[in-house]
Design a protein around this ligand. Structure first.
Ligand code: NDP
Length: 273
């Protein structure tokens, strides 16, 4: 029997940890798979996707900057992908491309299972209104927090984003609101940094009082201590980076392709070393 082929497509792609993560998952089940990094030209995502499908790949992950284009390239979309407006996981079957988005559920699973925090009736501040923030809105609402406040550099963008989720929030009894970052003073149980400010080592214009002592501050970025994490730590909050989210989104993609749920804790621990 030929080996099952998977890949992650991005630009750039060299930094991707996805092959290592998926190989670690596969070995937990004694499965042999191939999982490659594929660099697509900036104007050549769809062509690359079609080529991999024609070559018999069973699925691909999609990363920056192609998650929005991937949405257009799929024949069917999950609710998670439609609400996120982006696709990070594609399953090929019967000449069709099925698009999903596992980023939001990756974040929620990391918070629930590795940081041992439940979100029901809690107050959450989500900072950012880009692709990553939009992808986590529905999964966060699904946890039925009391309040989901969104703050973004451009407040108009935050307002436009929450409008899309008003109905889902009402159905779950969740209050959605928008604020300017520098206007917030009240503490939140969970503060999520979904901006790319950390990539530039830029601090956000936020007050130290938004971090509740023993609350959780979550930076989606991973790899180094960010100004956001330093500020949260100094305010007495527990701090998490986005490595767990990365592994958990991969675990959900692995489940979509293989129908198997890997053990994520040892993979997170190995990547941290
Ligand atoms: P986008 O480019 O789509 O959005 C960027 C967001 O950051 C916008 O809200 C933008 O605000 C804001 N922003 C950028 N620079 C600054 C700044 N200097 N100060 C304040 N706000 C700023 O990026 P993504 O949403 O795709 O990614 C955001 C972050 O999430 C990245 O760090 C990425 O690495 C991380 N990520 C992590 C994942 C994981 O698995 N751990 C998965 C996906 C993303 P404005 O709208 O005003 O421009």
């Amino acid at each position: 029997m030929s080996i099952e082929k998977y890949a992650v497509i991005g630009h750039p792609i060299e930094h991707s940890k996805s092959p290592r993560i998926h190989q670690a998952f596969a070995s937990q089940f004694g499965k042999e798979i191939s999982y490659e990094k594929v660099l697509a030209p900036l104007d050549g995502f769809t062509q690359t996707l079609h080529r991999l499908q024609a070559e018999g790949y069973l699925g691909v992950n999609v990363t920056v900057p192609f998650k929005f284009e991937a949405l257009q390239a799929c024949d069917t979309l999950s609710d998670r992908a439609s609400s996120a407006g982006a696709v990070n996981t594609i399953r090929f079957s019967d000449h069709q491309r099925h698009g999903d988005n596992t980023d939001g559920c990756g974040l929620v699973n990391d918070i629930l299972h590795h940081h041992h925090m439940t979100l029901r009736d809690k107050s959450i501040l989500l900072i950012g209104a880009g692709g990553a923030a939009q992808g986590v809105m529905l999964p966060l609402i699904g946890q039925r927090p009391a309040l989901l406040m969104v703050a973004n550099r451009s407040t108009e963008k935050a307002r436009a984003m929450i409008q899309k989720f008003n109905q889902a929030a009402m159905a779950q009894g969740v209050t959605l609101a928008v604020s300017a970052m520098d206007q917030l003073t009240q503490p939140f149980d969970l503060v999520i940094n979904a901006t790319s400010a950390s990539l530039q080592d830029a601090a956000l214009p936020i007050a130290a009082t938004i971090f509740r002592t023993h609350g959780l501050a979550y930076d989606m970025m991973y790899g180094r201590e960010t100004p956001f994490m330093q500020q949260a730590r100094a305010s007495g909050a527990s701090v998490a980076d986005g490595l767990g989210m990365l592994v958990e989104q991969a675990a959900e993609a692995f489940y979509l392709w293989h129908g198997l749920r890997p053990d994520t804790a040892p993979v997170i621990a190995a990547l941290r070393q």
